[in-house]
Write a protein that binds this ligand. Structure first.
Ligand code: ACM
Length: 489
């Protein structure tokens, strides 16, 4: 029993060893955080909330000065080695107690997530096999991008998505906030962006925008789930919504019509006009002020209506602006050709990109190869949703790749991490979003977290099969791919 259970963890931990006995969660179980340890307290509260909902037991919380007695789940920094870093944890389950050791909130939070996966999906008895887990991530960046520009998703929907992403130890949510088809964040100094661009969407998609207070609410919720929010304003291309809201941003001075189609590459900000940089500076300043994380994503992809000279000029000015706001700039891999400065980040997406060190000026890479990690691609030719321009991506295709060998000339140190992307030209509600993300997102999460050695498709597909009942119990509309022999209970 215990070996079956602990082998089903996703992402797979670095090390798991069985131990004697089983811990039983009962009506008497207490959750204890080391007194005065601010990093453990919110994780203990989070765990109590989850276990109360799952078991119906009271799960009282206590702050304790030393290891509590039997029947408790104890969160402590004592005995947490520095090698665990900020996100690693040690989880020991013995017959009479559970101990989670970590250095920082994220580590405690991930220890709690592992503990949750060791319990049955929805029904007791609530027993956890005796074991000793030591775990920490391979990559610092484990992301999910959601395109809210083509189709809007609400604050509540994004919070639910954050819960699901954090449960598989993802730690970045990248919101694609603007595109040709819509603008989704209120910028007070340029209000028509949201008032006008917020009313638009891709054909069949939902319109809407976030107020700055709502954006901050998402960012705070993300932090409570150990996730950093990464906002993207795509430019100089993919800007029809902005150009349509403000005629003066156009070369011609004439605003184009709103756009609802699927073409790319036709719009551009005017790199030669000074008002363009007033606009960019205002937008990025307001966005930086409401973004707790250190990143601003500026897109930069598919600027096919911008000449290479204009593109370089534009990227130099935008890098100045991001730096003046104290943020690290990120762009899609086209920015490699715009005179990238050291310290900024490149999100690699195109199949043929050659992101070698020299080309990137030493910038580190976030890997979102479109043929593995674009989860708006269909699973197979029969998939009723999604697109197929990059590839058909079955569950195996999303899982069976290694970030250091998917592109030539890339070493482990070059790679900051991985990110799944969900573009929403054809994905217009939560049910469809879940179908495209699950179960493939679990595979990307494991690529980002687990060591490459010890990862393999044949073994992974058995673990994933056991997640069928978990996904079902969470009410997720997941794709029952025929590549997996789904377990029913
Ligand atoms: C992209 O898919 N245009 C980044």
């Amino acid at each position: 029993m215990s070996s079956i259970l602990h082998h089903n963890l996703i992402p797979k931990p670095v090390r798991v060893e069985p131990r004697a006995g089983e811990f039983h969660i009962t009506a008497e179980t207490r959750i204890c955080a080391q007194a005065g340890l601010a990093e453990a307290q919110p994780a203990a509260e989070y765990l109590a909330g989850i276990l109360r909902r799952l078991t119906g037991y009271p799960m009282p919380l206590e702050a304790v000065g030393e290891a509590p007695g039997p029947g408790s789940i104890f969160l402590t920094v004592q005995g947490a080695p520095p090698v665990l870093g900020a996100e690693g944890y040690r989880l020991e389950v013995a017959g009479d107690a559970v101990t989670i050791r970590a250095n920082k909130f994220a580590g405690f939070f991930y220890g709690c997530q592992t503990l949750r996966q060791l319990l049955p999906p929805s029904e007791g008895p609530w027993q956890i096999p005796g074991l000793d887990v030591e775990d920490r991530p391979r990559f610092a960046w484990r992301g999910l991008m959601l395109d809210v520009a083509r189709s809007f998703f609400t604050v509540e929907e994004i919070k639910n998505l954050l819960d699901l992403a954090a449960a598989i130890k993802l730690n970045r949510l990248h919101l694609h906030l603007s595109d040709d088809q819509g603008w989704r964040i209120m910028i007070e100094s340029w209000p028509n962006l949201a008032l006008f661009g917020g009313k638009c969407a891709a054909e069949g998609g939902r319109s809407g925008y976030f107020t700055q207070a709502e954006f901050q609410e998402i960012a705070a919720y993300a932090q409570s789930r150990a996730v950093t929010l990464v906002p993207e304003i795509d430019m100089p291309g993919h800007t029809n919504a902005a150009l349509s809201a403000y005629p003066e941003l156009n070369r011609s001075g004439i605003a184009p019509e709103p756009y609802r189609g699927m073409k790319v590459g036709f719009s551009t900000l005017a790199a030669e006009k000074e008002i363009t940089y007033r606009f960019v500076a205002d937008v990025l300043r307001e966005l930086a002020a409401i973004t707790p994380g250190p990143y601003l994503h500026v897109g930069g992809d598919e600027a096919d209506s911008t000449t290479p000279e204009e593109y370089k000029l534009f990227l130099q000015r935008v890098q100045d602006i991001a730096a003046a706001n104290g943020k690290t700039l990120i762009g899609w891999d086209e920015i490699i050709h715009g005179g990238l400065r050291p310290g900024n980040l490149v999100q690699v997406w195109r199949k043929g990109t050659q992101p070698q060190k020299a080309a990137c000026q030493g910038a580190r890479l976030i890997l979102s190869p479109c043929h593995h990690a674009y989860l708006d691609m269909k699973y197979g030719p029969e998939t009723h949703l999604g697109q197929d321009w990059a590839a058909l991506i079955e569950v195996k295709d999303a899982y069976a790749w290694d970030p250091v060998s998917v592109y030539p000339g890339v070493s482990e140190e070059d790679v900051l991490g991985v990110e799944a992307a969900l573009w929403t030209e054809t994905i217009h509600n939560v049910s469809d979003l879940e179908y495209m993300l699950f179960p493939r997102l679990l595979g990307i999460a494991e690529i980002g977290w687990s060591p490459q050695e010890g990862r393999g498709w044949e073994e992974y597909r058995l673990r994933l099969a056991a997640h069928g009942p978990r996904l079902a119990a969470a009410g997720i509309n997941f794709c029952r791919s025929p590549q997996i022999s789904w377990r029913e209970g």
